[in-house]
Design a binder for this molecule. Structure first.
Ligand code: NAP
Length: 305
C-alpha cells in the first residue's frame, strides 16, 4: 500500500493541488497490476502458451491510432503477441464483423480489443455483440455485464475494476461505507455501482447512484464517504458537493482536443480527505485492467483459470 500526500503546490506526478487531501495516484496501482500480469504471461509462456491480445483499429483518427500504438507497445513489453488489423475508414459493418469473427475463431487469440470510437457510420455496440464474450478484454459485452450483475466470473469492465483496485491499493476501506456514484452510464457508473455492492472484502458498500433524474443530487453526494464522479461534465463536482474528509474519485472526463477536462474541480481537494489527481488517477488503472483481463482470458483458454 502506498499513497502521496500534498500540502500545497506541486507533487511528484506534476499534479497541482491547492488543498490538503491525500492524493490517490493510479500509476503505482497500474505498476503493481502490470507486474502481476507480466509474471502470469511468463508462466504461460513457460507452459508453452503465448498470450495474445489482438487489436482492431478502424479509420485514421490520430488519437485512436496513438492509443492503439501505446497498447501494442505495452502488450509487447508484457510478453503478449499482439496481432493487429487496421480497417479503412470506409469499412462496412460487415467488414468489421468479419475481422472480429476471424479473431473469435482463432484459438491462438485470447483477447480482442476494438479501439473506440469507430467511424460514425458504424455501430460499436452491434460489433461488440459479435465478439466472443470470453475474449472481451474491455468487459463490456452484454454477457459480461450480465455476469457482473449475477456475480459470476468473467472479464470485468476495466474502469470500474480499476477504481476498485485503486481504492484497495491505497488502503481506502469500502466495505460497509456509503458510496455515491454520480452518473449511471454503461461504461462507468452503472457497472461500478454493481461492482462495489458485491459481497467481497474490497467492495461490500452501501451504493447510491444519482443522475439527471435526481435534481437534488448534491443532497446525496454531500453525505458520501466515497464519492465517484462518472459523468463527463467538466467541473460538475465542486467543494460544496463533497462531505468534509470524503474520498473523491474522478472517473469522468471530457476531452477538448488533447486537453483533459475532469468532472472533479481541483478545489475539491480543499474539502476531501483523499482525492485522485487530475491526471494519472483512474486512467492508468483502466489500461492495467485491460491487460489483466487479457492474461486471465489466456489462462482460461489454457485451462488454468
Ligand atoms: N478515466 C477513464 O479511464 C475512463 C474510462 C471510461 C469512461 N470514462 C469517463 O467516464 C464518464 C462516464 O462515461 P459513461 O460512458 O459511463 O457515461 P455516459 O453514458 O456518458 O453517461 C453519463 C452519466 O452522467 C449523468 N449526467 C450527465 N450530466 C449530468 C448532470 N448535469 N447531473 C447529473 N448527472 C449527469 C447522465 O445521467 P442520465 O443517465 O440521467 O442521462 C449519465 O448517467 C465519461 O466522462 C467518460 O469519458 C473515463
Amino acid at each position: 500500500m502506498s499513497s502521496s500526500a500534498v500540502s500545497s503546490g506541486v507533487v511528484s506526478s506534476g499534479v497541482v493541488s491547492s488543498g490538503t487531501a491525500r492524493l490517490l495516484p493510479g500509476g503505482p496501482v497500474a505498476q503493481q497490476v502490470l507486474g502481476e500480469v507480466a509474471a502470469e504471461v511468463a508462466a504461460l509462456r513457460a507452459a508453452g502458451v503465448t498470450p495474445s491480445l489482438a487489436t482492431v483499429l478502424v479509420g485514421d483518427d490520430d488519437a485512436s491510432a496513438g492509443y492503439i500504438r501505446i497498447k501494442q507497445r505495452q502488450a509487447a513489453e508484457l510478453g503478449f503477441a499482439s496481432p493487429h488489423v487496421h480497417l479503412a475508414a470506409s469499412a462496412s459493418q460487415a467488414d468489421l464483423h468479419r475481422v472480429i469473427e476471424g479473431f473469435n475463431s482463432d484459438a491462438g487469440v485470447h483477447g480482442v480489443l476494438v479501439q473506440h470510437p469507430i467511424p460514425g457510420h458504424l455501430d460499436y455496440d452491434r460489433a461488440l455483440q459479435v465478439l466472443d464474450p470470453d475474449k472481451d478484454v474491455d468487459g463490456m459485452h452484454p454477457v459480461n455485464m450480465g455476469r457482473l450483475a449475477l456475480g459470476l466470473p468473467g472479464p470485468l469492465p476495466c474502469t470500474p475494476a480499476g477504481i476498485e483496485a485503486l481504492l484497495a491499493f491505497h488502503g481506502v476501506p469500502v466495505a460497509g461505507r456509503e458510496v455515491v456514484v454520480l452518473g449511471r452510464g454503461a461504461t462507468l457508473g452503472r457497472p461500478l455501482a454493481m461492482l462495489l455492492a458485491q459481497k467481497r472484502p474490497t467492495a461490500n458498500a452501501a451504493v447510491t447512484v444519482v443522475h439527471t433524474g435526481v435534481a437534488d443530487w448534491p443532497r446525496y453526494t454531500r453525505r458520501a464517504e466515497i464519492l465517484v464522479a462518472a459523468v463527463g461534465v467538466p467541473g460538475i463536482v465542486r467543494p460544496e458537493h463533497v462531505r468534509a474528509g470524503a474520498v473523491v474519485v474522478g472517473g469522468g472526463v471530457r476531452y477538448e482536443g488533447r486537453r483533459l477536462l475532469p468532472d472533479v474541480d481541483e478545489s475539491c481537494a480543499r474539502v476531501a480527505g483523499a482525492i485522485t489527481p487530475r491526471v494519472g488517477g483512474v486512467g492508468p488503472t483502466t489500461v492495467a485492467m485491460l491487460f489483466r483481463n487479457a492474461v486471465a482470458a489466456a489462462r482460461r483458454a489454457a485451462g488454468l483459470g
